[in-house]
Design a protein around this ligand. Structure first.
Ligand code: FE
Length: 258
């Protein structure tokens, strides 16, 4: 069964990385919640997509240069109820304490595009302390970060392959790099995915997933391909479409048994 990951807590349905979105996701019939992490200057780990506050809150500045109080003082735009401040990782863990939804934790670079120093061990320690590490899959666009994760934990890691990287290196290069780096799974933008690419990746023994399936045709494409997992900003829409797909498949197998 193709897994659904609620991207940033369902950004198009609940706002970007909001308490409301994560709380709703914790109760939904889906498998994963995707989120991104950044450190503050005084040691907190904040759940936020961008490395700065500029786009999604009423404040500005790079999170890594601000104190926890400054970051938590920012009001998140388009917040559909619930606390309007940005969450830290401990709060996120508390939201999912009684949920079966697993974590898909993306480790982001800083505003300069470089990995944060000594960040991965603190993320792992926080997840472990909250009893969530065993329910966490890690992702990153950065091979250096994925290597660091692999040295620190045996939890699953997946490489997020951007369209320019896929175009420049090609499918064979992506597969070779994944295998050489010990990465068992890749994720490509849904618009780059097709059956041929999926087959080549799977033939190499790697799992294949997609990200950014936000519109109905993109969600249907991910389900028709049968990818392992896809992220979506519209989790409720994705759940409804997956239910329709399942009902259609059940009808077909009843009407036309193999
Ligand atoms: Fe992300």
């Amino acid at each position: 069964m193709t897994r659904i990951a609620s991207h940033r807590g369902g950004a198009l349905e609940y706002g970007d990385s909001t308490y409301a979105g994560f709380s709703a996701t914790a109760q939904l019939p889906l498998e994963e919640v995707e989120f991104d992490l950044h450190p503050t200057v005084d040691g907190a780990i904040m759940v936020h997509h961008d490395s700065t506050l500029d786009r999604t809150t009423d404040r500005s500045g790079a999170i890594a240069t601000l104190t926890t109080a400054e970051v938590r003082g920012a009001i998140v735009n388009h917040c559909h109820g619930g606390p309007a401040h940005t969450l830290d990782l401990d709060e996120l863990c508390a939201v999912f304490a009684d949920s079966s939804v697993e974590f898909r934790c993306e480790i982001k670079p800083g505003a300069d595009g470089r990995p944060y120093r000594d960040f991965v061990p603190r993320v792992i320690e926080t997840l472990e302390r909250n009893g969530r590490l065993q329910k966490t899959h890690f992702s990153s666009f950065l091979l250096d970060t994925l290597k660091e994760l692999g040295e620190a934990t045996d939890r699953p890691r997946l490489w997020l392959v951007s369209p320019p990287v896929l175009q420049q290196i090609g499918a064979d290069g992506i597969i070779a790099l994944s295998c050489a780096s010990g990465l068992p799974e890749i994720g490509v933008h849904i618009d780059c995915a097709d059956a041929q690419l999926m087959k080549r990746v799977q033939h190499a023994g790697l799992a294949f997933g997609c990200w950014a399936a936000h519109a109905t045709p993109q969600i249907e494409k991910a389900l028709d391909l049968g990818v392992k997992v896809f992220t979506t900003d519209r989790p409720n829409l994705a759940i409804a479409i997956r239910q329709r797909h399942r009902a259609a498949a059940a009808w077909l197998s009843e009407e036309f048994p193999a």
